[in-house]
Design a protein around this ligand. Sequence first.
Ligand SMILES: [Zn+2]
Length: 489
Amino acid sequence: MARDERSVTPQSEDFAAWYNDVVFRAELVDRGPVRGSMVIRPYGYRIWELLQADLDGRIKATGHQNAYFPLLIPQSYMQREAEHVEGFAPELFTVTQAGGKELDEPLVIRPTSETIIGEMMAKWISSHRDLPLLLNQWANVLRWEMRPRMFLRTSEFLWQEGHTAHATAADATAETMLALGFYQDVAVEAAALATVPGEKTPRERFAGAERTFTIEGMMRDGRALQAGTSHFMGTNFAAAFGITYTGESGTAELCHTTSWGMSTRMVGGIVMTHGDDKGLVLPPALAPYQVVIVPIGRGEQAGTVSSAATELAARLRRAGIRTHVDDRPQLSPGFKFNDWEMRGVPIRLELGPRDLAAGTALMSRRLTYPQPDTSRPESGKEAIPLAAAPDLLVAELATFQAMLTQRAADFRDDHTATVYSWPEFAAAVAVGWALALHCGEPGCEDEIKAETTATPRCIPLGGEPEQGPCVRCGKQSAYGKRVIFARAY
Ligand SMILES: [Zn+2]
C-alpha cells in the first residue's frame, strides 16, 4: 500500500518519527512559536480533561482541597532549600523586568510550587488541630527544556501538584503512598497502562525529598516513562519555611510534608503504550469519541441514512457513550475510516441503506487482541442490531478497555527480563526492562549509563527480598531487592 500524506512512519522503522507523526496528524498538538512550547489542540486537550476529571475525583474523595497559588515566585524563596534550588537552577525561567523597569528582586516562574506553598503553610498552620493540611493545585509550570518532545518534554506543561503537611513522619509517609496509589489507579484503570509502582534510587530523588516514589510505564519501544511521582519531604521544607505546629505538650514541632504530581506527559504515555502503525489507539475511558458513526449513502438515500445516524448517536449519548457522527459530505467513507483509525477511536459504526433496511450497523473495533482473535469474523466487521446498540456498545467498550489493559501488561511482561549477568543485562535493556541486583554506587550507575544509556527506574514495591552480586561490578547488592533498569524518556 502506498503511503499517503496521512499515513504514519512504521514504529519498527523509527519510533520517534512514528510518535511525531501521530501526535501531529491525530491533531493532539501543534508547535508553539517559542522553542519547546506546545499548543494542545482540542482533541488532545479533551484526553487531558478526561484524565484530569478522573484524577481530581480521586484527590477530592480523600479529603484534599483544590487551591491556586501565584505563578511568580520571589527568587529568594527558591534559595531557602539548598538541594531544591540546586536541582532546579538549570531549568528556571526568571523575570527581571516588569512595567519597563528592572525589578528589585527577580521573580522565578514556578517550576513547581513547594516554596510558595510552604510559605503559605507556615502562615496557616499553628496548632496540631490545623493538621493534616491537604492541598492540591491544577496549574501550568515552566522548566527550560533543551531537547523538547511534545507532551514528554516541553518547557511549559500542565499538571496537578498535591502539597500536604502532617504532624508525624508516619502520617506523611502514608500520604505519600496514598497519592502514589491515585496515580497507579488512574494509569491502570483509565489510561490502561501497565505501570509499576516503586521507589526511586537516591540519585533519582526529587530535589529536596527524603524519599521519592514513582510509577513507571513501558512504552512500545521498550523504554520506560515516569508517569507520576510522589515525594516524602521529611522536615526539609518545613525547616526552610518555618512550617511548625504547637503539639499537645505546648512545644513547637516541625511538620512533615509531601508533594506529588502527574502531568500532560501522561498523554504521551498513552500514545506510546497503545499506538500502532495505523496511528493512535485510545482507551475508551479517555477517548474524546468512544464511537464514531460514518453514514454511507448517496443521492436520495443520504438524507435517510444521515437522520438515522443522528438518531442512533442520540441514543448512544443517552447511554453515556461519547459519540460523534462524521457527516463531512466532501470526504469518502474510506478516507473517514482511515482518519478515525489514525485518531484512535475505539469503535466505528458504518451505517448504509442496506444496513438500515436490515436494522443493523457494521461495527469495527480499532484493534483486536489477542491477534488474531478467532472468535471474531475475519474482516473485523460485525453487524449489530440497532435496537440493542446502546447496551451492546457499552459492553463492547468495557471489553476494549480491558483488552488494552491486558495487552499493555502482556507487552511489559514479555519485555522484562530477570538478569543474572552483564550480557543478559545489556540484551534486556536494548529491547525492554532488566530486573537486576545493583550495588547502588553512583560510579557503577554511571558506567551502566555510559555503556547502555539505561538508568535505574525504580525499586518495585512488590519485589521479593533478594541479595547477591551487583550485575555490573559484582559488589554486594543494595536495596535488598532487584531494581528495574531501562532506557527512559
Ligand atoms: Zn555495581
